[in-house]
Design a protein around this ligand. Structure first.
Ligand SMILES: [Zn+2]
Length: 84
């Protein structure tokens, strides 16, 4: 089972929502590049080579990603932020 075994290279991003504002730890999330507070949310697996080799991708941790809708900068969070 190689990289192309299941035909998945880019499909680790599982869902994308519309543009929203988010908070985490009581603080609004803003893009560090352009200052926008509008993001599309998605999720991605944090694959490790060992777990992939053992065909245990399902056991890898998942991260939330926020994609800035203005400049496309991507931020990663291990804990899902709250949608505002
Ligand atoms: Zn931005």
């Amino acid at each position: 089972m190689g990289l192309f075994g299941k035909g998945k290279i880019f499909d680790s991003v599982q869902k994308v929502t519309g543009a929203h504002s988010y908070r985490i730890q009581g603080k609004s999330i803003v893009c560090p590049h352009c200052g926008s507070d509008r993001f599309e949310q998605g999720s991605a697996l944090l694959n490790t080579a060992g777990m992939t080799f053992l065909n245990l991708d399902w056991a890898n941790r998942q991260a939330t990603i926020l994609n800035c809708t203005v400049c496309s900068h991507v931020q990663w969070f291990l804990r899902p932020p709250d949608m505002c």
